[in-house]
Design a protein around this ligand. Sequence first.
Ligand SMILES: Cc1cc2nc3c(=O)[nH]c(=O)nc-3n(C[C@H](O)[C@H](O)[C@H](O)COP(=O)(O)OP(=O)(O)OC[C@H]3O[C@@H](n4cnc5c(N)ncnc54)[C@H](O)[C@@H]3O)c2cc1C
Length: 542
Amino acid sequence: MDRSQLPIAVIGAGPVGLAAAAHLVARGETPLILEAGDAIGASVREWAHVRFFSPWRYSIDAAARTLLETHGWTEPDPDAHPTGQDLIDHYLAPLAATPEIAPHLRLASRVVSVTRRGVDKMKTVGRADVPFALRVRSAAGREETLLARAVIDASGTWTMPNPLGGSGVPAIGEEALRDSISYGIPDVLGAQRARYAGRRVLVVGSGHSAFNAILDLTRLAAEEPDTTITWAVRRPTLGQVFGGGADDALPERGELGRRVRALVAAGTLRVVTGFTVAEVARTADGSAVVGEGGEALPPVDEIIATTGFRPDLTPLRELRLVLDPAVESPVALAPLIDPNVHSCGTVPPHGAVELTHPETDVYIVGMKSYGRAPTFLLLTGYEQVRSVAAALVGDWEAARAVHLVLPETGVCSSGVADATGVVGAACCGAEADEPATGREPISVTVDSDTAPSARCCAPSDTALLTVGTVDVSRLVTTARPVGPLRRVSPSASSTSTTVAAREAQAHAEDACCTPTEQETCCEPSAKASCCGASPVGSCGCR
Ligand SMILES: Cc1cc2nc3c(=O)[nH]c(=O)nc-3n(C[C@H](O)[C@H](O)[C@H](O)COP(=O)(O)OP(=O)(O)OC[C@H]3O[C@@H](n4cnc5c(N)ncnc54)[C@H](O)[C@@H]3O)c2cc1C
């Protein structure tokens, strides 16, 4: 079989999966987009009522925009802030309906496994030459196998919320109490109003989802005065949990925290800090919630768990992936986003090089690429898929030339989180709900004189760009030519080389050539023609 004739499978028709499809189409490739839901953007639809803190200008992929414009699309006001529903109605649905994408989109098609056809994970010889086989299950349960020459997994993390239990596993009694717990941001002012009106509601977690839930509940309580709100967080103090406020380059994001801070100051809700959920139980007076220290909260009627998300790795079990042991992201990406180390919400630009795995032609992108890290922004995903599409057609020059300007959160920090997830001894606090794992931070840098540090408290260049009405002094420019990651001297807190760091380097180098090319391009004289001009001395000859 001629592998090159096969499509490139894209798992998930969310914003990043559809952007990946647009980039593939722009490069003359045929995508095969497999979406589990009955409609595109199935995960976004579950939080359709939530307003983005990013304006439209940060929410649309460049290749998607170009494609849409050829079909007479009118771009929404770049300074307006869409809701999830707006994103679907005015961007994702029109994009999915373009004649370039629609014929290649399959709805109600859940990918349950990905492997190489006829080859299990153990077999090495010839592996890279065998097509991928995706097992796809329809809503009716019918299964089939589809072949692809490469796989881009953009399936997000929304479908895999972290449990309420603060130890990463469900709290005792969590499953039994399932009908009183919502994961995510329920529509308490709309479709689910009756469930929450006049009830005692506990919100657990300290990220933007918690803020959204609290703000909506507060509005509900103003209309339904018997509604009470308790907010439980693991951190010992609220500290910088509220984010950068006026220093946030995305005003709406800063505003979320500022408004919740004001509610806390006004005593509108009960706040419980230093509380890690260990056990929940149904009692005659409602749901009892008990912490790790045996302390109990007053009983509640409903619990909203805004405790973050994790990637569903089960379908990828037969692939040779290397993931960071804590973050569960591609290993070269982890040091850039690990909330144990820093919490800027800004990352250096990255693409196919950092997202590569031992399994050739497999990329995890979008929200899922961040594993358990909470700070993913669409702009990051769009640049990832631009780079990955370039890599998949062999244009490594374009794949490596990654550019990204992310709006700063105003809470840039570095340091090592304590067991509550609080980053200490540094400029600011983490947004993460995840506790520290004891894993040592990995110090990495990039082979470029112009590269900003991956550590967010290091000096960063200030953007000289004018980006709409955003205060440009608060934007961090992270555009740079990307070279491979390399370890730098261990810092005081990082005294030993971790396996993860070594693998990060190895896989970054692997990305120069496919394994087949590596086998045939080991002579320095052959490298240039095979791999192209590469800044990596060892390209193809590790
Ligand atoms: C409430 C909320 C607000 C946010 N606000 C912002 C913001 O203001 N700005 C910003 O930049 N980012 C924001 N984000 C973060 C991020 O941009 C979004 O989560 C975004 O939807 C991620 O896009 P994605 O395509 O990676 O994943 P998703 O949107 O989660 O899409 C994944 C798709 O894959 C499908 N899928 C899942 N599993 C399978 C499978 N096995 N087989 C086939 N299909 C599958 C799902 O049904 C879904 O359609 C927000 C996130 C949330 C939750």
